[in-house]
Design a protein around this ligand. Sequence first.
Ligand SMILES: Nc1nc2c(c(=O)[nH]1)N[C@H]1C(S)=C(S)[C@@H](COP(=O)(O)O)O[C@H]1N2
Ligand SMILES: [Mo]
Length: 198
Amino acid sequence: MTVRDVTDLYTEFGDERLPPGQRRTDDFLIFSMDGTPSVDERSWQFEVWGAVDDELTLSLKEFKALPSESQRQDFHCVTGWSKLDCVFTGIPFTELANSVGVHDDAVHVLFHARDGYTTDLPLADCLRDEVLFAWNEDGEPLEPAHGGPLRVVTPHKYAYKGAKWITGVEFLTEPRRGYWEKRGYSVTADPWAEDRYS
Ligand SMILES: Nc1nc2c(c(=O)[nH]1)N[C@H]1C(S)=C(S)[C@@H](COP(=O)(O)O)O[C@H]1N2
Ligand SMILES: [Mo]
């Protein structure tokens, strides 16, 4: 397995790999608003809609057939823990964006998940190779508690931007707030700026 190391992306945002106010954990902790929903992989569907040329509905099998890659990334939770050197395999957001043809007036993205969770990000923050729709961690299928069968990872942002059990991506022409963003957490969520709350 070829793994692309993107753990140096912090140099764009700050001086230290570990963002300010974060402490390292060796365990991959679990942080969910409402437990782990049950997901049936056979009936699982992934949808893309909104400001795109081609709205899309894919099965897990069809989704995994898109060009994928493995990356070594860091993971920063807004509550203060960071897990370094996670290896995730998945489809880059950019790959998906190209295949649906995002409209010129799209400025924002809302991610939808099976447990009712949502999270939003400016489109420009999503259009990075490091934003992955991931189904594998360390070469193993992503555990249900960590978002299996499919989750988003956003190593340049606090991890609440990475929806677990992702079911859909909505491209928006105006910002709309996600679950934590409605409750005062930052829309842009840059860990090196300690951009935790808005
Ligand atoms: N669907 C969904 N995605 C979610 C969450 C959630 O509650 N539901 N929690 C978020 C938060 S706050 C964090 S820190 C990470 C935690 O991922 P982990 O449980 O795999 O560590 O998932 C994010 N994605
Ligand atoms: Mo979090």
